[in-house]
Design a protein around this ligand. Structure first.
Ligand SMILES: NC(=O)c1ccc[n+]([C@@H]2O[C@H](COP(=O)([O-])OP(=O)(O)OC[C@H]3O[C@@H](n4cnc5c(N)ncnc54)[C@H](OP(=O)(O)O)[C@@H]3O)[C@@H](O)[C@H]2O)c1
Length: 221
């Protein structure tokens, strides 16, 4: 079992924290407003959860999930994340989250932005193409016929193995989509970004399971 640090504890962060606690991991949550604002969430998650500052969550996590609005990426602490595996869930949605000039000016694609900030960390893109309500409901035990696969992309094989093991413990298969740059294949606007949406129900929970084969077809579409 691992300690998972969270920088960001909103829709995706709190959903992942619930899955992690249910899988007997410890979680250390943080946000921009301070640990005291996470008291209710920590109480709901139980004794495996606690709140901290972003720097402390980064320091104590065996793996650290960064799941904040992308425009805040420069505020992610770099020093405590040196050498660590960092899971990047970030998407660029300027209409809802505001513009990021360095993305709009095109020097850095949105899917690579966090790695350019965390140069000393092993960033693995994951959980970026699943709606948080579907993430909460589509998990299944290993071997279940309707278990879904989640794509991961990163440049470090050891880091990807660690993230794949975490994903397996949370009820999903990990599908290796290749180096971090290949996360463009499940970024917003791609077919794979909507892999778990039921065409009839759209964002209505519980979503639609997608196997590794389903994902492979969508990623190459
Ligand atoms: N929603 C989805 O279903 C979904 C799916 C896939 C990927 N994503 C991506 O995942 C990321 C998170 O999405 P979300 O829906 O979970 O967002 P959200 O519900 O708005 O939560 C954002 C979290 O980030 C925290 N935060 C903001 N600035 C911070 C900072 N500088 N340092 C530390 N924490 C900070 C917020 O804390 P405060 O409230 O204290 O500011 C909040 O806990 C986004 O990039 C989004 O594009 C979302």
């Amino acid at each position: 079992m691992a300690t998972i640090g969270f920088i960001g504890s909103g829709n995706i962060g709190s959903t992942l924290a619930r899955l992690a606690v249910d899988a007997d991991h410890d979680v250390v949550l943080s946000n921009s407003r301070g640990p005291e604002t996470l008291r209710d969430l920590v109480a709901r998650l139980g004794p495996r959860a606690r709140a901290a500052t972003p720097a402390e969550a980064a320091a104590v996590g065996d793996l650290v999930v960064v799941t904040i609005p992308i425009k805040a990426y420069r505020q992610v602490p770099t020093e405590p994340l040196q050498g660590k595996v960092v899971i990047d869930t970030l998407n660029y949605d300027p209409a809802r989250q505001g513009h990021v000039p360095e993305i709009d000016a095109h020097p850095t694609p949105a899917h690579l932005l966090l790695q350019t900030h965390l140069t000393g960390s092993h960033v693995v893109k994951a959980f970026s193409n699943i709606f948080f309500k579907h993430l909460a409901t589509l998990g299944r035990p290993s071997g279940a016929p309707d278990r879904s696969a989640l794509p991961i992309a990163g440049d470090d094989a050891t880091a990807k193995r660690a993230v794949a093991a975490l994903i397996d413990s949370l009820g999903y298969d990990a599908y290796d989509a290749g180096p971090l740059a290949e996360s463009r294949r499940f970024a917003p606007g791609t077919p794979a970004h909507h892999a778990y949406l039921d065409p009839a129900g759209m964002f209505a929970a519980p979503g639609r399971p997608a196997s590794a084969d389903d994902l492979a077809k969508l990623l190459s579409a």
